[in-house]
Design a protein around this ligand. Structure first.
Ligand SMILES: [Zn+2]
Length: 272
């Protein structure tokens, strides 16, 4: 079994500011648990969170986790556009680096939104000094995904390294079983199977809300009434599931990058 890397996407997911602010306390609790489990991983922070909760971000870094950027805002890349992306990402990267007093090397696009429509992003990320990205879901997905992208680590033409989300075939579907809602709601034996056959570069992803069963529900218009209910399922059991996969793993994504030998370059098809 390979050592799956723990990653957290640290974001303020509330529909508006009137909803209770829970993610900072939930994250602090999780930091305690991770320490108890002997886990050090990579935390991707949204620029807005760095601005609003700099002390929380500093506490994440103080526990030894690698900090990466999860977008300046939690906006899918195709909606940001190349020119705005360059400006706001540079600012957010700088703010994060100042907050944690270390260079920022990793980027994760919100909602796996590095897709053919945003294939301009890797070149900009390289120019800004990012070393790697973990932004691609190489499969079809209800929201974002890049079917046909490599499933193993690769380089973009700019030299930026991509560590794609591990995916698993489940019946006719290919899904990122080791993360978020999939990890919470899939049957336990399926999760154990996925963890056993995870590739060497595999990372698990999570969000503060995945660990918060007590959060009041609201409707997420983009996934409908049923989808919204699912977004609250399995939160009680999430910590146990995560612990069972990553306990005693002190491995950050930058460590995975450092272990890579020669990897192929992926040249995306020009947009139609
Ligand atoms: Zn996110």
């Amino acid at each position: 079994m390979s050592a799956v890397v723990f990653t957290l996407d640290l974001e303020d997911h509330r529909p508006d500011e009137s909803a209770e602010l829970r993610y900072p306390a939930v994250t602090d609790d999780l930091l305690d648990d991770l320490e108890e489990w002997g886990v050090v991983g990579t935390v991707f922070v949204v620029g807005d969170v760095v601005r609003d909760q700099p002390d929380l971000v500093a506490r994440v870094a103080a526990r030894g986790h690698e900090l990466g950027l999860h977008g300046a805002t939690h906006t899918p890349l195709p909606d940001v556009g190349a020119e705005t992306f360059r400006t706001v990402t540079a600012e957010a990267m700088d703010r994060l680096a100042q907050t944690v007093q270390t260079d920022i090397k990793g980027f994760r696009a919100p909602i796996f939104s590095l897709v053919p429509d945003s294939s301009w992003a890797p070149e900009i990320l390289s120019e800004l000094g990012f070393v790697y990205s973990s932004s691609v879901l190489p499969a079809r997905n209800p929201l974002y995904g890049w079917p046909g992208a490599p499933t193993e680590p690769f380089r973009w033409p700019s030299g930026l390294i991509e560590i794609p989300s591990p995916t698993f075939g489940v019946g006719p579907a290919t899904v990122p079983l080791l993360g978020g809602v999939y990890l919470r709601v899939a049957p336990a034996p399926l999760i154990r199977w996925a963890a056993r056959r995870a590739p060497a570069h595999a990372w698990l992803y999570s969000h503060p809300y995945d660990f918060d069963p007590d959060e009041k529900r609201w409707l997420l218009p983009e996934v409908g009434r049923f989808g919204s209910r699912v977004m609250w399922w399995g939160r009680e059991g999430m910590k146990q599931r995560v612990k069972s996969i990553v306990a005693d793993t002190e491995r950050r994504l930058i460590d995975v990058v450092d272990e890579l030998g020669d990897i192929p370059t992926f040249q995306p098809e020009p947009a139609a």
